[in-house]
Design a protein around this ligand. Structure first.
Ligand SMILES: Nc1nc2c(ncn2[C@@H]2O[C@H](COP(=O)(O)OP(=O)(O)O)[C@@H](O)[C@H]2O)c(=O)[nH]1
Ligand SMILES: [Mg+2]
Ligand SMILES: [Zn+2]
Length: 351
């Protein structure tokens, strides 16, 4: 029984959190998909569609179960009582000006950052995903698709390697199972992998070819309505026949960053290191004298584009982080106000 949970990615990190190991046998499960208030959970004894405990219903979006979570069910197997601490969490700032942080997928071991060998390939987009991946606590692998359509596929490999030295780069034809051997090696037994990247790069095709089966529709038809807007945000954890689990995260137009300053510093460590050598601690790397970052650009050791993208992401992050902090404090003030009003009503009732 436990074998079946292990093949879903159960490791001691999660079982150690259980108050009672007896729960493993039927009340511990993994969330395979979430649709509105219903979660599909697989336990050692089967697959169930369950709701949320009242406590979880009231909880912040980020605390509620998301695809990939390990959860404990109630005795009747009708609802999720507890979400176990996550090994990693891939999240984003929701769309719109009033948005909050939303979970995308939990307990991801490896993030396949998918881009194609054509105009879609942009270093700046990869840097954004790499920062989100570092923040999530997952390991990144850059996957370049449509190698079969490119005149000079090697040029894309070189550009991808240059983005963050040390991050593995795999190049594939997503339609050809044989070309995916390198990818399969990353999805070893029971690793959980999420596919992210723009719409049309081949995420669903990769999922289908790896599964040897049509699990997701390709061609971007289902993901977009006639106006080209994304209509599905359906995310599901698929168990692959070769072992390993894969989530196809449909292309998200707006993958904004918030609260990820440390992750940005790790992805742009080269610039952060250079900045330490600038004459002024608050150097803006514009035209300040003694700027080590500008010197590196002049000497072709650093790309102007990379610096610009780093600064853009830092600004975006600072703005979103400040907005979130304001919203959180407004939320607290509002809760306080409600409490005061209730207290006044109660006092009136007693009088
Ligand atoms: N020739 C070729 N076509 C690909 C490759 N990967 C994806 N495609 C095609 O690109 C289109 C979009 O792929 P899809 O998987 O739906 O992209 P998604 O939006 O990222 O899920 C489909 O028509 C696929 O057949 C590839 O490596 N080579
Ligand atoms: Mg798709
Ligand atoms: Zn400087």
């Amino acid at each position: 029984m436990i074998d079946s949970l292990q093949s879903l990615g159960l490791v001691p990190f999660f079982t150690r959190q259980l108050s009672d190991t007896g729960l493993i046998h039927d009340r511990l499960g993994r969330v395979m998909a979430v649709q509105r208030s219903e979660s599909m959970v697989v336990t050692a004894t089967g697959e169930l569609s369950v709701g949320l405990s009242p406590g979880l219903q009231q909880a912040d979006a980020i605390a509620r179960p998301t695809v990939g979570d390990w959860v404990v069910l109630d005795e009747a197997h009708t609802r999720i009582e507890q979400v176990l601490d996550r090994k990693s969490l891939f999240k984003r700032l929701g769309a719109g000006s009033n948005a909050l942080i939303q979970p995308i997928a939990a307990n991801i071991d490896i993030l396949f950052i998918v881009s194609s060998c054509n105009e879609e390939f942009k270093e700046s987009r990869l840097e954004r995903y790499l920062a989100l991946c570092a923040e999530a606590g997952a390991m990144p692998v850059i996957v370049l698709t449509k190698a079969d359509l490119a005149d000079d596929a090697d040029a894309f490999i070189q550009r991808a390697r240059w983005v963050q030295p040390g991050v593995p780069v795999e190049i594939v034809n997503a339609l050809d199972a044989e070309s995916l051997a390198g990818l399969r090696a990353w999805i070893d037994k029971a690793a959980t992998v999420a596919l992210v990247g723009s719409s049309g790069v081949g995420k669903s095709t990769l999922l289908n070819t790896l599964a040897g089966n049509v699990l997701a529709e390709t061609g971007g038809i289902r993901e977009q309505d006639k106006k080209g807007r994304h209509t599905t945000t359906h995310r599901e954890l698929h168990v692959l026949p070769c072992g390993g689990l894969l989530i196809d995260v449909p292309g998200m137009r707006e993958l904004r960053v918030a609260d990820i300053e440390d992750a940005l510093d790790s992805v742009f460590e080269d610039i952060a290191q250079l900045a330490l050598q600038c004459r002024f601690a608050d150097c803006g790397h514009q035209a300040e004298p003694g700027c080590a970052v500008r010197r590196a650009i002049e000497e072709n050791r650093l790309d102007e584009r990379r610096l610009a993208n780093y600064q853009k992401l830092l600004r975006e992050n600072a703005h979103a982080t400040a907005t979130l902090a304001e919203k959180r404090s407004q939320g607290r003030d509002f809760a306080k106000l409600i409490k005061q009003v209730k207290q006044i009503k109660k006092n009136k009732g007693n009088a």
